[in-house]
Every structure is written in structure tokens, then in C-alpha cells.
Design a protein around this ligand. Structure first.
Ligand code: DOR
Ligand code: ZN
Ligand code: ZN
Length: 449
């Protein structure tokens, strides 16, 4: 038998250990892992020289790829190039697009446009539509999950209406669809912003006074209450406070279907540094103080935080530098810094490589039901993140593949560089270059009924 390709002399992360091995691939699937003598003949051979670390292809469950009406900020090609350059082989795209992804039609269009352009695998979230039958249609169209922005009115469900939210959660549960939550309370935010605006407050720190930790805590408690008894699987996006995390950890003890995520930003930066980095680091939820950051590290280490999501949220520099704080767009690009930042923290002893792999590959695969991904094993899709673990380099935002070429981490010295990214057996990114055409990635279909 002659297979498509073989990776020779890999140091691969297998079953929680780094093993010297070779990996054979046929039609995008891992067909054999073993010694060189056990490898079948192959059309193509890539020697990793027993130096490069092969991790399961990383999965970022939280990215905003934009495109369509927001293509000026980011598009599928640039966003998935950034993913490949950052070592991500699968990303899940948020629905706050133009048009908002919130119907089978908008989802179908988006999938169609994406399929021709994407370099890594992409799954799609949908916002909630207005009716139960539309929820069913969206699930059948292949959304991977629903998203509920609690901080602002986005989709078809009134975020101030408890009954409407509960009904939507029930309908999602019926379709076995996960619901991802942006937990900041709309009423709290709107009240705070109105007061601050009236008082003509426009400083950077006023943004923090609006997006308080109570806004997160109240939203977490509210959705936990509304979801009780619905059977819905909840995933909390970008948790940023000890209070929010504690409430989630408590609820998890009673109910197995709750998970949560943290962004590298909320781990690496603090609100004390906001002045230094300026409006670039405005994001929702915002950076928090050192005490909160420590609580997040603790949660990540002891397991109450299940996943790390980049919340890749590209904007133009003009949008980030608006003079009035209330006009500044929240969010920063994250796909090209997440893995190096986390590997640097492994070197510093803040977390283990096992935790990096579980939070960035194994757990996202499990949470989102991506059963062919997350582990390097025979039968799984051949998605790999190949890393030069010892490579020390400086983050250079000007070289980002993302359209958003700025970062608070610009110039940071980091350790651990993604050097090759393999999607379905194909090397899509190699030493700084994208080497395949758009369309190499697959649209990930949700597994709902
Ligand atoms: O900082 C953020 N940026 N938070 C969000 O919830 C939305 C996101 C975006 O789309 O830019
Ligand atoms: Zn969010
Ligand atoms: Zn987001």
C-alpha cells in the first residue's frame, strides 16, 4: 500500500506523552503511528528531524472571522491564514457579522463563501433567531452551536426577557446544540454607560467603570438560573472574574454540561496596564486587576477553566484609536499570539504542556463534539500543530497574516513557535508562509439532529 504522506522522526504528543514516532496519512486521516520500519510507502515524506514537537491540531472555539460586510476588518482568507500561522487547524466563527448569522439562509451563504477561501477548518455559530422552527433549521444547516450575547441586543431573542431566553435554551437543548454565552448583563452595562456618558466621562478607565465585574457575575448567575432544568449544554466565553468563575465552578458540581473558557488577554494583561497599552487593549469583557488575573490562573491550573479561546476580534487601527472611549471598538487579534504566549508560560512554570494541549485541543474537541479531532491517533483527522518549542522570537504584529496588524504583545520576547500547520494531512503553513490555496480547510458541520 502506498499512502499519501508520512511524517518521519516526529516528537508527537500521544496519550499525554511525547513519543518518538512516525505518522502515516491517507486521504486526510491518520492511518498509522509507529516506528519508521512500520511505515507504509508514501508519495510524500516530511522529516521532522526529531526536533519539532507535533501537537494535535489546535482548536480555537472563539474567533471572529468577519468577512462579508465586515471584510474591511478581516476576511476568511486573512483570518484563517492567521489561524494557520498561529498553529490552529480548526476555528469556530462567531455570529456577530454583517449580516448577523441568525438564520439557515445567512448561515448557508456564509458557509458557501467560506468554503472557497478557508485554509483551516471552520465551524460556525449562529445567534438565536426568533422562532423555534428557525432554531431547528439552523441546527440542521450545520451550525456548531448557538451564541447568546447577553451584553447587547444581537439576535432574535430579547436579552432582557427571561422567558424568551429560557424558551431558546430549551429549543437548543432539544436539538442537542451547545449555547455559548457572552456573560455581561445588558441592563448593568446600559445603565453604567448612560450615567458615564451623561457625566461626560470618556477616559480609558471609564470603560472599566461600565464593564464592571458585577456585570459578568450577574449575567452568569442569571443564565445559570434560567438554564436550570432545560438540559442545555452551556459554554461560558472569556470568563474574566473570580466571581463569575466561582459561580460556574459551583454550578458545574451540580450539572455536568457546563464549561468555560478564558482568553490569553485576561491571563497575560491587567487593567493596571491599560494606560500603558492604551485603547488597543479595550475589549469586552475588559482587562481586570491582578487579583482577578490570579484567580483565572488558578482556575486554569486546577481545572475549572476548560478551554483557552483567543477571542480573535480584528478591527482597524482607526476603530481602535477613536478619540471618544465609547466609539472604540472592543477586541484585539489573538490567533497569532495565543500559542506562543501559552508555551512561554509553560516555560515559566505557570502551566504544563498537558494543560496547553487539553485547553487548546482536547477539551474544545470534546465540548463541541468534534469527535475526529483533538488527539493524535489512528482514525482521527490528520490535523497537526508542529512547534519549534525552543525557538525564542519577538512577536511582530506588522507580520501578522490577520488584517489587524497591531497587538499589545508587539515586541514581546516569547518561546515556542508554530512552524508547520497541517490540516487534513496537508501542510498549509510552513515557516512563515501559507503554501496552499484557499479552500483547503473544511467547513465543519455541527452534529445536531
Ligand atoms: O471584545 C470583544 N470583541 N468582545 C465582544 O464580545 C465582541 C468582540 C468583537 O466582535 O469585536
Ligand atoms: Zn464575547
Ligand atoms: Zn468574541
Amino acid at each position: 500500500m502506498i499512502v499519501d504522506s508520512v511524517f518521519l522522526n516526529a516528537k508527537a504528543y500521544l496519550k499525554g506523552q511525547i513519543s518518538d514516532c512516525c505518522i502515516a496519512i491517507e486521504e486526510g486521516i491518520i492511518c498509522k503511528i509507529g516506528k519508521e520500519t512500520q511505515m507504509p510507502k508514501a508519495d510524500q515524506k516530511t522529516d521532522l528531524h526529531s526536533r519539532l514537537l507535533v501537537l494535535p491540531g489546535l482548536i480555537d472555539e472563539h474567533v471572529h472571522l468577519r468577512d462579508e460586510g465586515k471584510a474591511y476588518k478581516e476576511d476568511f482568507t486573512a483570518g484563517t491564514s492567521a489561524a494557520a500561522a498561529g498553529g490552529f487547524t480548526t476555528v469556530l466563527d462567531m455570529p456577530n457579522n454583517e449580516p448577523i448569522t441568525m438564520s439557515a439562509q445567512t448561515l448557508r451563504n456564509r458557509m458557501g463563501i467560506a468554503q472557497r477561501r478557508i485554509l483551516v477548518n471552520v465551524g460556525f455559530y449562529s445567534e438565536f433567531p426568533q422562532t423555534r422552527s428557525e432554531i431547528r433549521e439552523i441546527a440542521k444547516q450545520g451550525a456548531v452551536a448557538f451564541k447568546l450575547f447577553m451584553g447587547e441586543q444581537m439576535g432574535g431573542v430579547n436579552v432582557d426577557d427571561d422567558t424568551a431566553i429560557t424558551e431558546a435554551l430549551k429549543a437548543a437543548a432539544e436539538m442537542k446544540m451547545l449555547v455559548a454565552i457572552h456573560a455581561e448583563d445588558h441592563t448593568v452595562l446600559a445603565t453604567n454607560v448612560a450615567k458615564l456618558k451623561q457625566a461626560k466621562k470618556t477616559a480609558l478607565t471609564d470603560y472599566l467603570r461600565a464593564h464592571t465585574k458585577e456585570a459578568e457575575h450577574i449575567a452568569v448567575e442569571r443564565i445559570l438560573k434560567l438554564s436550570t432544568g432545560t438540559g442545555v449544554q452551556l459554554h461560558f466565553c472569556h470568563i474574566s472574574t473570580k466571581e463569575g468563575l466561582t459561580a460556574i465552578a459551583e454550578a458545574k458540581k451540580a450539572q455536568k454540561t457546563i464549561t468555560c473558557e478564558v482568553t490569553p488577554n485576561h491571563l497575560m494583561l491587567t487593567s493596571e496596564e491599560l494606560q500603558r497599552y492604551g485603547s488597543l487593549t479595550i475589549m469586552a469583557p475588559p482587562l481586570r486587576d491582578r487579583f482577578q488575573v490570579e484567580a483565572l490562573w488558578h482556575g486554569l491550573n486546577e481545572g475549572s477553566i476548560d478551554a483557552i479561546g483567543s477571542d480573535h476580534a480584528p478591527h482597524t487601527l482607526e476603530e481602535k484609536q477613536a478619540t471618544n472611549i465609547w466609539d472604540v471598538k472592543a477586541g484585539i487579534p489573538g490567533l497569532e499570539v495565543t500559542l506562543p504566549l501559552m508555551l512561554t508560560m509553560v516555560r515559566k512554570g505557570r502551566l504544563s504542556l498537558d494543560q496547553v494541549v487539553s485547553r487548546l485541543a482536547e477539551n474544545p474537541a470534546k465540548i463541541y463534539g468534534l469527535t475526529d479531532k483533538g488527539h493524535i491517533k489512528a482514525g482521527n483527522t490528520a490535523d497537526f500543530t508542529i512547534v519549534d518549542y525552543d525557538c525564542q522570537f519577538k512577536i511582530d504584529a506588522a507580520k501578522f497574516k490577520s488584517k489587524s496588524k497591531f497587538s499589545p504583545y508587539d515586541g514581546w520576547e516569547v518561546n515556542g513557535k508554530p512552524v508547520k500547520t497541517v490540516v487534513g494531512g496537508q501542510v498549509v503553513y510552513d515557516e512563515g508562509e501559507i503554501i496552499v490555496r484557499g479552500g483547503t480547510g473544511r467547513v465543519v458541520q455541527g452534529s445536531a439532529l
